[in-house]
Design a protein around this ligand. Structure first.
Ligand code: FAD
Ligand code: DLZ
Ligand code: SF4
Length: 518
């Protein structure tokens, strides 16, 4: 062989840059399931199964195109790391050149960068062109700005791609943003349809049967596994979303309900992130639904904004901010993660649902991640590192480039406002407005103090009060700080005491919040 093409577990796209000029006659493809990748965080078992199953299917597809693959599966050819696998491959095949598409995190990039000297290889790292924007586009966007807001990056990409654009350069519908239409609570009689699931085939079944024994330190249940592990099935999942869920995606984008863990969300993030679907084809499919009259503009723009806007933006931000981004901790948040993050057994009903569903399905939708779990972590000052590691472990779609900005930047405001113009802090009243969790909760979202008061309320004021020096000048927090200033001293004292009682109980005995209702 003259060239190794090393394909990573989130690079399962036939048109991957490292494969574009691959030749079955001269090139060897290497793929590996190393121990290090399965254990750098205690991944959810559904995530391990999905990635390994999709990798094995992808390898089969390449074999059917005539490629030779040196595949290191963890069962019969265990390896410690990508480097370890490459070592074995090179010992066997003596190949002088290696081509790889850039990975999705600094840790792996640093590892790849050692290969040229370690193996005396001609190493070529190619850009990952499965995104709309090359990394240089984000650098250009960011270099002269103090604030890196997603909205302006997104508008640039709308113009560049022409997605939802009129020929005269104006956005379709006359406005860029329909967010104000997309904040409806789910009405009582509305029941979102179930998302499409896929019965596991033989490759997936083997992994499902073994994953619990083989990865004892991983977490989460596999019983509900119904993810697509091939491009063909992922396309069917996309099609099902576009026809059955996209029409209501906008209206209920921020809604949370005990009736459905997924509401009208698409559940396609794992497929785009590992390469089974391409962001361009996903956005074009949604755009077509609008032009064909199958889905309203607020839904289609809202959905496209998540992919063409947020997803591109966080990827640019991750690489732009560099390796140190991970150590930011604006509020010096250090409180250990409570035990209920690992079993979902907690008396706060919103947390119980959001964490419980996460552990059961390796999935929670955006507002659960941001305004329930993330909000709780922000208000209580949980350790940024522990929270980020938790998010990286538990979600089926979690890869550091996308997980870190969302968790550290958006949810925890630990970068001090680079990503978000104000902290996403909310009281129980927000959760009550957007969900049906509170009706079944032992706490009352309308009460601020007393044993049945919603903990989020006092914690919200405690957060603002204790961080006044860091947030008091933020114009977007003018209103809550004015309300706080107007409150009577007695009421303020009672709120602070209420929050401190909660926090000290959390520190003393975090099992004290077990759900006693059942
Ligand atoms: P939908 O609501 O249907 O959205 C459609 C698509 O838009 C998603 O599939 C995803 O590709 C993209 N998208 C939506 N929001 C974002 C966003 N904020 N950033 C990037 N892409 C977005 N997303 C991940 O893919 N991996 C993560 O590890 C991850 N961690 C998160 C952690 C926190 C604290 C928060 C607040 C958000 C996180 N997100 C992450 C973003 C978002 O919550 C998920 O992409 C989304 O919930 C996936 O479900 P879905 O496919 O049903 O999304
Ligand atoms: C997350 C993950 C897991 C669990 N397993 C593998 C694997 O077996 N092989 C692999 O190539 N990648 C895996 N990954 C993804 C990597 O940890 C990492 O996020 C990507 O390689 C970054 O591009
Ligand atoms: Fe969550 Fe408070 Fe509502 Fe209970 S009352 S579900 S703790 S917001």
């Amino acid at each position: 062989f003259s060239t190794i093409r090393f394909v990573l577990g989130d690079q399962l796209s036939p048109n991957l840059s490292s494969l574009q000029d691959a030749n079955p006659k001269t090139d060897l493809i290497v793929m590996a399931e190393p121990f290090a990748e399965a254990t750098y965080v205690p991944h959810h078992r559904q995530k391990i199964v999905l990635i390994l199953s999709a990798m094995r299917h992808f390898a089969d597809e390449l074999r059917s195109k005539g490629f030779k693959i040196d595949y290191f599966d963890y069962q019969t050819r265990p390896t410690k790391s990508f480097t370890d696998a490459l070592h074995t491959a090179i010992d066997r095949h003596k190949v002088p050149k290696l081509v790889i598409t850039e990975p999705g995190e600094w840790r792996v990039l640093d590892e790849i960068n050692t290969w040229a000297s370690e193996f005396g290889l001609d190493l070529e790292i190619r850009p990952d062109d499965r995104f709309f924007a090359p990394l240089s586009a984000f650098d250009n966007f960011a270099k002269d700005r103090k604030e890196l807001r997603m909205e302006y990056f997104y508008r640039g990409l709308r113009r560049q791609t022409g997605i939802l654009m009129e020929p005269d350069g104006k956005p379709v519908g006359g406005q860029w943003n329909f967010d104000h239409d997309n904040r409806k609570r789910l009405p009582d009689g509305t029941n979102p349809p179930a998302p499409k699931t896929f019965p596991p085939d033989a490759i997936t079944r083997t992994l499902l049967e073994r994953v619990t024994d083989d990865f004892p330190d991983a977490l989460g249940a596999v019983a509900s596994f119904g993810w697509a592990a091939t491009r063909q099935d992922a396309l069917a999942a996309l099609d099902h979303f576009i026809t059955t869920r996209l029409p209501h995606f906008g209206d209920y984008q921020d809604a949370m309900t005990t009736k459905s863990a997924t509401v009208y969300h698409s559940l396609i993030s794992p497929y785009i992130n590992i390469g089974l679907l391409l962001p361009d084809e996903v956005c074009r499919a949604a755009e077509r639904a609008y032009y064909n009259g199958k889905a309203p503009l607020n839904a289609v723009e809202g959905f496209i904004r998540q992919i063409l806007g947020w997803r591109e933006y966080v990827r640019g931000l991750y690489w732009f901010m560099g390796r140190d981004y991970t150590s930011r901790n604006h509020f010096d948040a250090q409180r250990p993660l409570p035990a209920f993050f690992w079993d979902g057994d907690v008396s706060l009903n919103c947390l119980k649902h959001a964490i419980g569903e996460t552990l059961e399905h390796a999935y929670a939708h955006h507002i659960q991640r941001l305004m329930v779990i993330g909000n709780f972590a922000l208000l209580t000052g949980l350790s940024v590192k522990e929270v980020c590691d938790w998010y990286l472990a538990v979600y089926i779609d979690a890869f550091e480039w996308v997980e870190l900005p969302n968790t550290l930047g958006m949810a925890l405001y630990a970068d001090g406002g680079i990503m978000a113009s104000k902290p996403y802090a909310g009281s129980g009243k927000y959760i009550d407005r957007m969900s049906d969790y509170c009706a079944d909760c032992q706490y009352n979202p309308r009460k601020n103090t007393g044993s049945d008061a919603c903990p989020f309320n006092a914690l919200y004021w405690h957060f603002l009060d204790r961080n006044f020096d860091k947030l008091g000048n933020n114009p977007r927090l003018g209103m809550p700080y004015r309300n706080w200033a107007r409150m009577k001293d007695n009421d303020k004292r009672a709120l602070i005491a209420q929050a401190e009682t909660f926090l000290s109980k959390l520190d003393r005995d975090d099992t004290g919040f077990k759900d006693r209702q059942g």
